[in-house]
Design a protein around this ligand. Structure first.
Ligand SMILES: Nc1ncnc2c1ncn2[C@@H]1O[C@H](COP(=O)(O)OP(=O)(O)OP(=O)(O)O)[C@@H](O)[C@H]1O
Ligand SMILES: [Mg+2]
Length: 651
């Protein structure tokens, strides 16, 4: 009788226990590609100062991982003497995972962090040197806003400053974009008051993390300890470093430390936050410079298209990149008659790619320029049963504030609606003040809404009393009209009654209350065209439906990701849609004054396009309402500049 014998187990995994966990990790995660000779040169260079300039997909982030691997395994560098820095927590986490995969648990001894987290670690280790006590608090964005509202803006003399404006000034001052002395006098005072309160409360905010770390390093003993520990510093995306971060790097580096900086000046997208690619260029003059021009990420047609786009920026001297991959998918440029048609096209394409089993939902990213772009898209995705997640319109804080205003117009006496709304966009009557006044005027027994109504008729004087009365009266007048007028008309009146407008000095990417309300106005207008009568109540029901869709749990096969072009930096996705590539949205002309501003927008477009690993779709739609924000500046369309030979056009 024949006996079945198992085959000889040549090359199979060794029995458990023969290798350490770390060695097993290394076996299981063998490198998936071979470095090119130029890449290898960068990885193995013995220079103290190395700068790698490479285009998107050139392997810059991969080189950081490979160099760390080389240092630890070939050069016997102790892992704890290595520090790798990036700009966001997300990219730091990704880098940490990639290094861990590559070299195993020894990576835990390294510092692989975002700049702010490295600064925070210094402060946690040496709080006294930062002027803090051990148990200091870190205010998140919401807590910081609350502190500003309750303490600084509650003061009569700062009443006219808006919260967004002040936050913007604080961030700019703490990141070295403006000098304290150059701020308007009242802002200087408000900032000093804010800083005093932070000191009293033993608290820091997100912007302090790098600034205060610099203070720690002015202590020579501490600086010596840091210099003794870290001998290798590697930094990704160096083109986006700002003055304060650059100083931190200088302070942390001892005379013996080596520096490995990678970046791409064509991908500088944070100049408005103080980033200066000049730091990288200047370093490259003193360092061993390695320039790479291959793109390992995207197929040739996408590389050709991206080269064509960035070549229109005149102040650059980089060579075009070379694509190596296959060319199954030609980039698609789609122009549509309206926003809904654009969104339906995106949904239909995604369905098709998934139905053909070529991609999964999680392979797809939809990149946006701003958060106003997503509600129409979200609706189309949900109508097509496409699971999606990411930076959604309905989860933006400004949208919640705008909806609080609409809810107060619809039902002022319900659920504290009126109290919430009058404190939008700035606090004019907080609950403590209301309690105090209610007691003073003996109206505690009334509901909150009635207390507010009574107070608005009393002659008393208290901080913000006129804004309080004006807002309350406007909301009640709109409520009166809400039975007769359609939602869009109410929202337009609300915008002018509350004097909502965009702040031309703020370049922050946050959706503003004005932009959120304006988008709700657009949604109301299109909602009204599909219905004969559309009172505010129906519109709010419709909106609530959309919001609950957005909060539904994810699909088992992952989600389509919606994210801003800024947040897509450094990432790669098999399928990329960039939507709203049209005058006014992308390029966004709100801040545009010079040709350099347009070039900055074009760099952002370049970053977006170069995320695609297989398929790329660029879409735009006709918006008859659009008016240039700067009529004196000639805006140029990104899509019109793409020749038909480089993309397939659909309508
Ligand atoms: N020599 C190579 N052969 C094959 N693939 C490579 C090579 N080098 C890098 N890659 C791959 O190319 C892709 C892009 O690499 P990476 O993300 O490191 O580029 P990058 O220069 O950091 O891009 P970006 O500027 O967009 O951040 C990754 O999937 C990486 O694994
Ligand atoms: Mg990268």
């Amino acid at each position: 009788m024949l006996r079945f014998e198992p085959k000889e187990q040549k090359g199979a995994l060794p029995p458990k226990g023969r290798f350490s966990t770390e060695e097993r990790m290394m076996n299981l995660n063998a490198r998936e590609f071979m470095l090119t000779p130029e890449q290898r040169k960068a990885v193995e260079s013995r220079s103290m100062d190395i700068v790698v300039l490479a285009n998107p997909g050139g392997g810059k982030t991969a080189l950081i991982v490979e160099r760390i691997h080389h240092l630890v395994t070939k050069m016997q560098v102790p892992p704890e003497s290595i520090m790798a820095l990036t700009f966001t927590s997300k990219s730091a986490t990704e880098l940490r995972q990639r290094v861990h995969k590559r070299i195993g648990i020894t990576s835990k001894a390294m510092w692989i962090r975002a700049f702010h987290s490295a600064g925070l670690q210094l402060m946690k280790t040496f709080p006294a040197a930062a002027g803090l006590q051990d148990d200091f608090m870190i205010l998140d964005v919401a807590e910081r806003r609350q502190l500003i509202r309750k303490t600084v803006l509650a003061q009569q003399r700062f009443r006219y400053l808006s919260e967004d404006e002040l936050l913007d000034h604080i961030t700019r001052a703490k990141n070295g974009i403006v000098l304290f002395a150059d701020l308007p006098v009242d802002v200087q005072r408000a900032l000093s008051l804010y800083e005093g309160i932070m000191r009293e409360q033993n608290a820091i905010d997100l912007d302090d993390m790098v600034m205060k770390a610099l203070k720690v390093l002015t202590n020579e003993v501490i600086q010596h300890q840091i210099h003794k520990r870290f001998h290798h510093i590697l930094i990704d995306e160096y083109q986006d470093i700002n003055a304060v971060q650059e100083r931190l790097v200088q302070q942390m580096l001892g005379a013996q430390a080596s520096r490995f900086l990678v970046g791409d000046p064509d991908q500088t997208i944070y100049e408005w936050r103080g980033a200066k690619p000049a730091y990288m260029i200047n370093h490259s003059k003193k360092a061993e410079l390695i320039e790479l021009t291959q793109n390992f990420r995207s197929p040739i047609p996408i590389v050709d298209l991206a080269n064509h786009v960035i070549a229109q920026n005149t102040k650059r001297d980089r060579k075009p990149m070379q694509g190596l991959g296959e060319d199954i998918y030609v980039p698609v440029v789609g122009r549509f008659e309206n926003e809904v048609a654009q969104a339906e096209f995106v949904a239909m394409q995604i369905k098709q790619l998934i139905d053909e089993k070529r991609f999964r939902f999680s392979d797809v990213a939809i990149l946006i320029r701003g958060h106003s772009q997503t509600p129409v898209l979200e609706e189309a995705l949900s109508n097509a049963d496409i699971p999606y997640g990411g930076e959604l319109f309905w989860s933006q804080p400004a949208v919640s504030s705008a909806l609080a205003l609409l809810q107060a117009i619809e039902q002022p006496y319900y659920n504290n609606n009126l109290a919430k709304a009058i404190n939008t966009p700035s606090r004019v009557m907080d609950s403590l003040q209301l309690q105090k006044l209610a007691k003073e005027y003996e109206v505690q027994h009334l509901s909150t809404a009635d207390q507010l109504l009574v107070l608005s008729h009393l002659p008393g004087e208290w901080p913000h009393h006129s804004a309080f009365r004006q807002r309350l009266n406007s909301l009640l007048a709109l409520h009166k009209d809400s039975r007769l007028e359609v939602s869009s008309s109410l929202i337009s009146q609300l915008i002018s009654a509350f004097e909502l407008e965009d702040d031309p000095d703020s370049r922050s990417n946050q959706l503003t209350l004005y932009a959120a309300t304006k988008k709700l106005l657009d949604l109301a207008l299109s909602f009204e065209t599909s219905r004969s009568r559309a009172p505010l109540r129906d519109f709010l029901h419709h909106i609530n439906g959309l919001r609950s869709e957005a909060q539904a749990p994810g699909h088992p096969h992952g989600n389509v990701q919606i994210l801003t072009c800024h947040h897509s930096k450094g990432l790669e996705f098999p399928v990329v849609f960039v939507i709203g590539v049209q005058l006014g949205i992308f390029p966004n002309d709100f801040f545009m004054e010079t040709e350099e501003d347009l070039e900055a927008e074009r760099r952002l477009f370049y970053v977006a396009i170069t995320r695609a690993q297989k398929a790329l779709f660029l879409t735009a739609y006709h918006d008859p309402e659009w008016q240039p924000s700067r009529p004196d500046f000639e805006l140029k369309s990104f899509l019109s500049a793409i020749p038909s030979t480089l993309a397939q056009e659909v309508y």
